[in-house]
Write a protein that binds this ligand. Structure first.
Ligand code: ZN
Length: 244
C-alpha cells in the first residue's frame, strides 16, 4: 500500500460513522481524491479543526490502487481559510469553486487548475468588502476557463463577426458566448457597458464596475448550460439567490 504526501485543498467533508470523516480533496500530484480520516470526529483527534473545507495542507495518504477511498494518515496545515465562512458572498463563491473542481477536475495532475483554485480561494479571502462581487465573478470565470469552457466574447457565435467595444450584443449562454444584434437567435441583451465589464472580468478577474445582478446571472446561466449538464450544483443555487 503506497504512501504519498501531496499538497491539497479540502473541497468538502462529511461525517462517516460517529467518529470518522470522508474528505474530498484536490491534490496537486494526483488530481481529485477521496480519503477517510479515521477518528477525526473524536474530541482529541490529531486532525481536530484542521480538515475543514477550503483548508490547504500537505496530506499523507495511504493509497490502495483500484480503490476509490484513500486513508488520511497525516495533515500538515498550510492555510485554513476559515475567514471565508464569515461572509455569505465569499462563502458562496468559494463553495462554487470547490464544487466545480469536485465535479469536473480530470483524474490526473493539473497544475493550472490547482493554482487557479488556490489563487481563487486566496483572492476571495483577501479582497476588500467593496470588491467581493467582482472577485467572486472574476475567479469563477477564471476557473470556468481553465476547465476548458471559456466563453466566446470577441466574435459573434452566429455570424463570426467581431463585436467591437461600444456595441451592445446578446449573451447566448447555450451557444457559448456573444451574439451580435443583427443575428437572429436567443440571448440575454447586454449593453455596451455590461459587455465591457464582462470582458474585463473574464480577462483579468476583476472590475471596478458596480454590479446589479446582470453579471451574476450571465455567469450562472453559463455554468448551468456548460458545466452542470443537468446536475444541480447546490452552491450555485445559493449564489444565484444572492449568497445572502
Ligand atoms: Zn452575428
Amino acid at each position: 500500500m503506497p504512501i504519498i504526501t501531496t499538497r491539497c485543498v479540502v473541497l468538502q467533508t462529511y461525517s462517516y460513522s460517529d467518529t470518522s470523516k470522508i474528505l474530498r480533496l484536490m491534490t496537486r500530484e494526483r488530481g481529485p481524491r477521496s480519503a477517510i480520516a479515521r477518528g477525526a470526529l473524536r474530541p482529541r483527534s490529531r486532525f481536530g479543526g484542521l480538515i475543514e473545507p477550503f483548508a490547504e495542507g500537505h496530506a499523507t495518504l495511504y493509497v490502495r490502487e483500484h480503490r476509490d477511498l484513500d486513508t488520511l494518515s497525516g495533515f500538515e496545515l498550510i492555510r485554513e481559510r476559515q475567514g471565508l465562512g464569515s461572509d455569505l458572498t465569499r462563502f458562496a463563491g468559494a463553495s462554487v469553486l470547490c464544487e466545480l473542481v469536485m465535479r469536473l477536475a480530470p483524474e490526473h495532475r493539473d497544475d493550472s487548475l490547482f493554482d487557479t483554485l488556490v489563487d481563487g480561494l486566496d483572492a476571495l479571502l483577501e479582497t476588500p468588502d467593496d470588491a467581493v462581487d467582482a472577485a467572486v465573478l472574476g475567479q469563477l470565470w477564471a476557473l470556468v476557463a481553465v476547465l476548458g469552457f471559456a466563453p466566446h466574447l470577441s466574435r459573434c457565435v452566429g455570424c463570426g463577426r467581431v463585436v467591437p467595444s461600444g456595441e451592445p450584443a446578446r449573451f447566448d449562454a447555450s451557444s457559448g458566448g456573444l451574439r451580435c444584434e443583427s443575428c437572429p437567435g436567443h440571448g440575454e441583451p447586454v449593453s455596451a457597458a455590461e459587455l465591457e465589464t464582462l470582458r474585463r472580468l473574464v480577462a483579468s478577474r476583476t472590475s471596478r464596475a458596480a454590479f446589479d445582478g446582470v453579471q451574476r446571472r450571465l455567469l450562472i446561466d453559463f455554468i448551468r448550460y456548460h458545466l452542470a449538464e443537468g446536475v444541480r450544483i447546490r452552491s450555485l443555487e445559493f449564489l444565484a439567490r444572492g449568497g445572502r
